[in-house]
Write a protein that binds this ligand. Sequence first.
Ligand code: SF4
Length: 488
Amino acid sequence: MEKPSLLPLLDARLPLTEAKVAEAARLAGVPLAQAWGVVRYYPRYRGLPQGRLLVDDPVARARGFEALLREAEGTYPPLGLEALAPVYLRFTPEERYVEWQGQLVPFSEFRLPFALGKGGRLLPPEPILDLEGYRALGGLEALKRLGQGLLTPEGVVRAVEEAGLLGRGGAAFPTHLKLRAVAQGQPPKYVVVNADESEPGNFKDRFLLEHHPFLVLEGALLAALAVGAERVYLYVREEFQAAILGLEAAIGELREAGLLPLPVEVFPSGGLYICGEETALLESMEGRRAEPRLKPPFPVERGLWGRPTLVQNVETLANLPLILREGPAAWRQKEPKLFSISGDVAEPGLYELPLGTLLGEALRRAGAAEVQAVLLGGAAGVFTRDLAFPLRYRERLPLGAGALVAFGPGVDLWEVLEGLAHFFREESCGKCFPCPLGTAVQLEMVRRRERDPKLLADLAATLKGSLCGLGQSAHWAYQSLLEVEGAA
Ligand code: SF4
């Protein structure tokens, strides 16, 4: 980090006082007004809710939300716990807990309590939390070859290109193009692992971080060496405390074993959905409110501190060691993708399936019986009943990061939609005009179960003028529900 960043300085001073904010501002070299703007913006600085909280995710909305809410003192945004939903949290001034199987488990100890569904190629079924265990499975081989000169940085980029790896965060941008763009930039350069997974219904990155930290780290290091970066940051959702501790332990093990070729640091995220947008993420790392930047320039040209930066999703990077271990052609034959499957299925959890698997087949693997509709891709996704839909990128429906939430007969899909509309209104950062206006109007329309296609067309036209993907996609689920109902 070229300058001390404001967020870690504030984190180190919680709970905040006027004097502590002033001290953090001075150390970060930012005006006091900017520091207060940041404190008021991020939930953990302005004060978290306390007491028993219901995680307000699409599965909780499908399970009788009003009744569940009567058992809580408030709600909390989706937290990658959809496979276990409905879930309550308990927040006290000292600690945050997940209520799980009658116990209060601190965030620092809570890992998603399931294995990868029915095995896969990318991941072994059980967690690999120690270096020896990871090496026994062929881990770090590609990194070693790179260190010995048996593999070149350009060889890494070429292998990723031959494999045809597309970004797994939702945008499906060709990974090799980003790698090559940063490789061509002038140093200093950075790699930022985007581990701020906040999309309702998604928990694949949370799972990877908690269960396979060495795989994620090897992928990030391979990318960093391929592009000539001088430092890796893991921007991890702040609530994923067990993942953060696990990553820090893994970094320590690699360092002790002399296997860390460059500095790697964990950066706890700002704690808002918009922090997952790559330029908003960079803004927060630089100590400002997480508001998206105008693009171009893209982060590969002007990223962290204005330097060329590779911002890459966790699952994307976790594929790099596998591509290099297996060879791009073998990897490409059955391109693996992680799917977070939750809702009305017998075995909710994480499944690795080849891209192109039919939606119905994916749900069958997870034990779905009767399905009324599926929310595909999360809040920025769509409802569908097309079980013959092939789960791959650049199809008629957006795959997003691979969230599949199944709803059985009897579920009130409008209640689920209301949860999504509420989520968007709460998470709009307010930087541009159409998004805060459109998401507020959308929530009102959904609350009165508005089905008029003309009004929805007006709403869509407003939201399309938004600056970033949050606003631009906020009405997709609404539009798709009317289509599913045959009303549009
Ligand atoms: S679209 Fe919404 S989240 Fe994106 S910049 Fe505009 S107000 Fe912020």
